[in-house]
Design a protein around this ligand. Structure first.
Ligand code: 9MR
Length: 541
């Protein structure tokens, strides 16, 4: 491997992105200043690195979507200069860095931000086998006066191409960025091209949905891009009879900011909504006889903050309880009505409230909580019951919900809702690792049923692991044991009605670096898949 050449390629790539026709609003300046600013973005050790303090007049960042990127004076920044991102019209608009040279490596990303958006997210985007995925690396809570720093790691699959690291926010206010860095964690491997993969022939795989048909549905989280390739759709149709939209049914995909602010008075009690982003996924489910888990109505994340402000101006006055109850009711009503009218009978379950329990105990202090109060969860279920068609079940959904402390809190706030008859199911997300004790997990699962009298869905199953030793076998055994236990509980009368995997291939998973799913990037099956099949057919010893 020619390290010098890599640096040259990186430098060239950075120069292209800084000086090319990307629409950056970068102040032109002397060539000398330009090249010294860019040299800083190349690692001293000849290993690719993006390192920017924005002190000069050039940046390797490109604009993303409608945003403009400028380097500006900013007294709050470490050296008085920062990158300023403005004109954002959608949450994904911001600044992006090409990151092709990081392919196949674990990266460490860090940055400092200030913004009147409550948080800034740094994410990666890449394409594997023609399918593009977007995954968060870290999120920083921000304020507009001082910089807040954050960092995170992510492993980019060897088969990835068109790799970008980008700065975005669920809300649309401007963003100042400082001290932004992407570097290699551990030893660097240079992959000039994405690992070439041909799709595996999946036609002879046993079918999960058929194997488990007498127990529960088997589902997967999907995205519209997956549905563009027949290799993916054939596998999904053969293996699954339920789907969840991984991102496109979330509030941020439905609330329409531009339309709402075009006439805030008209939309005061009911922000404008759009329903076009998940149509292809619903069509796919309907046309292939699958059911859909509606994910999700009331959540603190991937929900734009502007909906919580009286005049839809973030940073202004928060809407009062009465107004937010109206907005919540109208949102739930509109989504239920649109889906029932256009796709009758398709949505079998709604995650009415998602992740309301705080990791530190009690209820999460989200803007729903702040504006409405601690009965916002029961209100959401009340509205959902009022407008949901009879065949749609209403669920509460959360991660780490098998943990004793969290379970206690969840049971406490769901009990009155169950007593009122407004909840039908508990969704256990199940983003776990192979070291999670399955006995403890199953006790917790059963307890939700016995204490609330509801059915259970496993809604976002993935089992992370480290590539150490015989990791594939360990993971396969874990999946087998986990599924065997679910089947045992089902046979014992615990109404587990569906098990959904959070994605299809490791390479496109939100936990790509932990290889948590059943299929490799080329759709070849992993021992995890065999383990999952065996879970229904082999008894636990
Ligand atoms: O898998 C989703 C990923 O693509 C998004 O970037 C992320 C942003 O919040 O959301 C992921 O899905 C989450 C799900 O909606 C709720 N439970 C946790 C999931 C993983 O973060």
């Amino acid at each position: 491997m020619n390290i010098k050449k890599i640096s040259a390629v990186l430098l060239c790539m950075l120069m292209l992105s800084a000086c090319g026709t990307t629409g950056n609003t970068v102040t032109p300046d002397s060539a000398a200043e330009t090249s010294s600013a860019l040299t800083e973005t190349v690692s001293k050790n000849d290993i690719p690195e993006i390192k920017e303090n924005f002190s000069g007049n050039e940046t390797a960042a490109r604009t993303r979507g409608s945003a403009a990127v400028q380097l500006v004076d900013d007294a709050a920044a470490s050296d008085g200069r920062a990158m300023f991102i403005s004109g954002r019209q959608e949450s994904w608009n911001g600044a992006e860095y090409p990151a092709e040279l990081f392919r196949g490596n674990e990266i460490e990303v860090s940055g400092s931000f200030r913004s009147s958006n409550p948080s800034i997210r740094v994410s990666v985007q890449y394409t594997v086998m023609g399918n593009t995925c977007y995954n968060g690396v870290f999120t920083v809570e921000t304020n507009n006066s001082t910089y807040s720093s954050g960092d995170g790691n992510f492993t980019i699959p060897p088969s990835a191409e068109n790799i970008l690291v980008y700065i975005e926010s669920d809300n649309l206010e401007d963003i100042y960025a400082d001290e932004f860095q992407v570097k290699i964690k551990g030893e660097y491997t240079y992959l000039a091209k994405p690992a070439e993969l041909g799709f595996a022939d999946t036609s002879d795989y046993p079918s999960l949905k058929d194997t488990y048909s007498e127990y529960f549905r088997i589902g997967a989280a999907i995205s519209p891009a997956l549905l563009e390739k027949p290799e993916y759709t054939e596998l999904i149709k053969a293996q699954f009879n339920s789907v969840t939209m991984e991102n496109n049914m979330k509030p941020e995909a439905i609330f329409d900011h531009q339309k709402t602010i075009s006439d805030p008075d008209k939309y005061m009690e009911c922000p404008a909504l759009r329903f076009d982003r998940f149509k292809s996924e619903l069509d796919f489910a309907r046309d292939n006889g699958m059911t859909v888990r509606g994910h999700t109505l009331v959540w603190h994340s991937q929900t734009p903050n502007w909906i919580f402000y009286k005049d839809y101006k973030v940073g202004g006055e928060l809407a009062d309880r009465e107004l937010m109850l109206k907005r919540m009711e109208n949102y739930i009503k509109s989504v239920m009505e649109w889906t029932t009218e256009n796709y009758p009978g398709l949505i079998s379950a709604w995650d009415v409230v998602n992740e309301a329990a705080a990791d530190e105990g009690g209820m999460r202090k989200s803007l729903w909580y702040e504006t409405i109060g601690d009965d916002y969860i029961s209100k959401a279920f009340e509205f959902a019951r009022k407008y949901a068609p009879e065949d749609a079940k209403l669920f509460y959904n959360d991660y780490n919900s098998y943990m004793t402390g969290k379970q206690k809190d969840i049971l406490e706030f769901l009990k009155p809702i169950a007593e009122a008859g407004n909840i039908d199911g508990m969704g256990m997300q199940t983003h776990i690792n192979t070291d999670i004790n399955p006995t403890m997990y199953m006790i917790a699962l059963k307890k939700y049923h016995t204490e609330l009298g509801v059915e259970i869905n496993i809604t976002e199953l993935d089992v992370g692991t480290q590539k150490k030793g015989d990791w594939e076998k360990v993971q396969g055994d874990y999946y087998r044991d986990y599924m065997q236990r679910l089947v045992e509980l089902r046979k014992d009368g615990v109404p587990i009605t569906s098990v959904t995997l959070w994605g299809v291939t490791d390479a496109l998973s939100w936990r790509a670096g932990e290889f948590p799913l059943l299929f490799n990037a080329d759709l070849s099956k992993k021992p995890a898949f065999d383990g999952m099949i065996e879970g229904a057919t082999v008894s636990r010893s």
